[in-house]
Design a protein around this ligand. Structure first.
Ligand SMILES: [Zn+2]
Ligand SMILES: [Zn+2]
Length: 177
């Protein structure tokens, strides 16, 4: 059984991790294990941007993969960035073992709406599937309903489904996701 190891990066609500683990297990033929020890996040803080550098987090995450697992997925509440972009929802090592996703910009409160936990969980699942798709070598997909379509805002995340389109699913079929 392939195992996705979920690692909290900084302070992350346990229920968020558990719901994500359930969602991934339901969508993919994998097991998820939530690591008892998370990673701290402060080393990746950029005081000028007041955000966290996702590539540094990803590097740290892959330095010490937690035991035997197929993929490592870091989950954080920190607001992530890479230098060329204002922010990122997540980042993956293409065709490699790990990715990181952030819940920060997936929360309705950030946009002045009441909190919506179901929507938050759905968005986080989509972003996790998307980044895991990259770790299996998938690129962005032109089908806006496909989970591999690029998301530059939450509206686009809400538009797409928590599923791979037939072409992406086909491309993954040889890669066990
Ligand atoms: Zn992407
Ligand atoms: Zn697709």
């Amino acid at each position: 059984m392939r195992i996705i190891s979920l690692v909290a990066i900084g302070q992350v609500d346990r229920a968020l991790l558990e719901t994500l683990a359930e969602g991934l297990t339901r969508r993919l033929r994998v097991a998820c294990s939530i690591q008892p020890e998370g990673l701290e996040v402060e080393f990746a803080y950029n005081a000028t941007r007041r955000q966290y550098h996702s590539t540094e987090i990803l590097g740290r995450l892959l330095e010490q993969p937690p035991g035997e697992c197929w993929k490592v997925l870091g989950v954080t509440e920190a607001d992530l960035y890479i230098p060329i972009l204002t922010f990122v929802f997540g980042e993956a090592q293409v065709s490699d073992g790990g990715a990181v996703v952030s819940a920060h910009r997936l929360r309705q409160e950030l946009y002045g709406f009441p909190a919506d936990l179901d929507l938050l969980h759905e968005r986080l699942l989509k972003e996790a599937l998307h980044e895991l798709g990259h770790t299996c070598g998938l690129r962005h997909c032109a089908d806006y309903l496909c989970v591999m379509s690029a998301s530059y805002g939450v509206e686009r995340i809400d538009l797409k489904r928590a599923e791979f389109c037939p072409a992406c699913a086909q491309a993954l079929s040889g890669k066990d996701l």
